[in-house]
Design a binder for this molecule. Structure first.
Ligand code: ZN
Ligand code: ZN
Length: 341
């Protein structure tokens, strides 16, 4: 099979082709596993963190990709609920132990044995991949493969982030960063909280224009002051400066939810952190970690109910490096996906 493979960690600014197109054997599904013929795999910012070593794969080489849509081509023994020909998706959660206190309480995203698709196990930048059937999700019929793919990470983790804000209808919500996840959160908010106004902070003029086009009431550059204090803000940026800026925009008692697996270099921005301006008055900060199967399932059914269609840019599998480089350099409108023949 064809696969785009990460063999060595690198800095994308120095090496714009971190992934290598390779011909590999088709994997064989083990007990309880299915073999997927991959149709589409989304491109996520977490892939940059894997490639550049901020959340490094356990071993190399590895096939990245964790927003996978495909059909079941073969099944190992003990597969009981899914069958050959079914269309399913795979998300960031590849496996969790199922027995620890976190798993038993429904917080499998916090499991210390959490394995991530495309980082700790081969993912979907390939023609085939295997996964336990209990970690695959039937895709609602209303979505094409291309439309479903970004829902599996950008959408599902956006859903988790929105839940963690504790937002109530009519409160003001801020989004700092407006990529794949941000634009889906905006659409979810319009459906679930019709009286909530959304304020968007983004460094690029294109992202701000895109936010206004989709119905944000205001869009400004990252360090700007919004015309309103915001009850919650979701951060989806890779940097620290937006955190400080967001805290200054937060209402008393408000909550900043950081939806990022790692942050990059600009730590000196934190030295501007001023206790009365940024933290006092019971402001809270909460990070989002990983995803649970419940999040993915609940979100897919909500997305189908509200007919949530992501804005998608399609690349060929062989163009994975190009898609990643565009993500790195901030050329973002909606979600990027790889279409795999
Ligand atoms: Zn992701
Ligand atoms: Zn566990």
């Amino acid at each position: 099979m064809k696969a785009m493979v990460l063999k060595k960690l690198c800095n994308l600014k120095e090496n714009q082709t971190p992934l290598e197109l390779m011909e590999l054997p088709v994997p064989v599904p083990g007990d309880g596993e299915i073999l997927l013929k991959v149709s589409v795999c989304g491109v996520c910012h977490s892939e940059l963190d894997e490639i550049e070593g901020r959340t490094p794969p356990r071993q190399l080489p590895v096939i990245p990709g964790h927003q996978v849509v495909g059909r079941i081509e073969a099944a190992g023994s003990k597969v009981s609920t899914l069958k050959i020909g079914d269309r399913v998706g795979v998300a960031w959660i590849f496996s969790a132990c199922g027995a620890c206190k976190f798993c038993l309480a429904g917080n499998e995203n916090l499991c210390r044995s959490f394995e991530a698709t495309g980082r700790d196990a081969n993912g979907g930048y390939a023609q085939y991949m295997t996964i336990a059937e209990s970690f695959a999700y039937p895709i609602p019929e209303v979505f094409s493969d291309v439309q479903a793919s970004p829902l599996l990470c950008a959408g599902a983790i956006g859903y988790r982030s929105l839940r963690l804000t504790g937002l109530k209808d009519g409160q003001h919500l801020g989004l700092t960063g407006f990529g794949a996840s941000g634009h889906l959160v905006l659409k979810m908010v319009q459906y679930k909280y019709p009286n909530t106004e959304v304020y968007v902070f983004a460094r690029s003029a294109e992202e701000r224009a895109f936010a206004l086009e989709l119905g944000a009431v205001w869009a400004g550059d990252t360090p700007e002051q919004a015309p309103h204090k915001l009850d919650s803000i979701i951060d989806t940026t890779p940097a620290w400066e937006p955190i400080v800026a967001a805290l200054a925009n937060l209402e008393s008692g408000g909550r900043l939810v950081i939806n990022a697996i790692r942050k990059e270099g600009d730590k000196q921005s934190l030295l501007r952190l001023d206790y009365p301006a940024h933290l006092w008055l019971e402001k809270e900060i909460k990070s989002v970690a990983n995803i649970t199967r419940r999040d993915v399932k609940e979100f897919l059914s909500l997305a189908a109910e509200m007919n949530l269609k992501p804005e998608v840019q399609v690349f060929a599998l062989e163009q994975a490096n190009e898609a990643l480089f565009e993500l790195k350099t901030g050329k973002i409108r909606g979600a990027k996906v790889l279409k795999i023949d």
